[in-house]
Design a protein around this ligand. Structure first.
Ligand SMILES: Nc1ncnc2c1ncn2[C@@H]1O[C@H](COP(=O)(O)OP(=O)(O)OP(=O)(O)O)[C@@H](O)[C@H]1O
Length: 263
């Protein structure tokens, strides 16, 4: 892993951010200060409802903060409209969704090469990486198969298995290969290992780390699997960082159990 001090410019910088899902509903995420450096591998941890997925949606520009600032690669997302944020995400962010979001009518390889349809930048990076001078569709396919091969998925891809016939664990690996395609600067993964057995989980993490190290990609990884935490450079504990959460003990005791227990 690169030392963040090598590159002082943070890839992600959050200041005084507050977010609510809808007007009139409570603020669910308040973060005063958070920076993630280029090439850093960060494990995001927190109990259910602490705002992990909300934070990832903000980082991906799917939603926008109503207060404060969130800059990615020096670009403040709050100043961009929805369409610009979509283009920005396509160019710079790979996202492994909890529910995979594979497209059922595309082949396995087409699912993996999809980011290159939406982003010329990612397409150009694949062509540069492969040093390919032939037909670009062929080069994209080769890169997709390289990534799938590392995840033990090249055979289903070559035998043209429809994505709808893949197991949950296999779909998860296809989703990971798609997120890595074209080496985005930021890779966001929301519970990406939940459907994998322990051998596959290790192969999956090894691939993520290797790809991230090669291109100095920053990895933001949400998981409930505490065994994975020591592998990362740093942990962000949302229960500590998110000031919108009630402090422990502030749970509303409508039944008065606390009073009854202490009498
Ligand atoms: N689309 C949404 N619309 C309205 N409220 C939402 C939405 N998504 C999440 N929330 C609310 O935002 C808060 C944080 O939820 P979030 O899903 O970010 O937590 P989480 O830490 O990812 O939880 P889990 O570990 O269960 O996935 C919760 O109070 C949740 O009810």
């Amino acid at each position: 892993m690169s030392n963040p001090a090598d590159d002082p410019a943070a890839v992600i910088a959050i200041r005084d951010l507050a977010f609510r899902w809808r007007r009139g509903t409570p603020i669910v995420l308040t973060i005063d200060h958070l920076e993630i450096a280029r090439g850093e591998r960060v494990f995001i941890e927190g109990p259910s409802g602490s705002g992990k997925t909300t934070l990832l949606s903000l980082l991906a520009g799917v939603v926008k903060a109503e207060q404060g600032s969130l800059s990615i690669l020096g670009q403040p997302l709050e100043r961009m409209g929805a369409v610009k944020r979509d283009h920005f995400r396509a160019d710079h962010v790979g996202y492994v969704f909890q529910m995979f979001n594979l497209i059922p009518y595309l082949s396995l390889v087409e699912n993996v090469t999809l980011p290159c349809r939406f982003s010329r930048l990612r397409r150009a990076r694949v062509l540069e990486r492969t040093g390919c001078s032939g037909r670009s569709a062929r080069c994209l396919e080769e890169e997709a198969l390289r990534l799938l091969d590392h995840l033990d998925m090249a055979e289903p891809a070559r035998s043209k298995r429809p994505v709808t016939e893949l197991s949950v664990g296999q779909q998860q690996r296809v989703a990971a290969a798609r997120a890595l395609m074209g080496s985005p600067e930021i890779l966001i993964a929301d519970e990406p290992t939940s459907a994998l057995d322990s051998d596959r989980r290790e192969a999956f993490i090894r691939l993520l780390f290797r790809e991230c190290a090669e291109t100095r990609m920053s990895l933001i990884f949400v998981s409930h699997d505490a065994a994975l935490e020591p592998l990362f450079d740093r942990t962000v504990r949302l229960a500590e960082v998110n000031r919108a959460l009630k402090p422990p003990g502030a749970v509303c005791d409508v039944f008065g159990w606390d009073r009854l227990q202490s009498t």
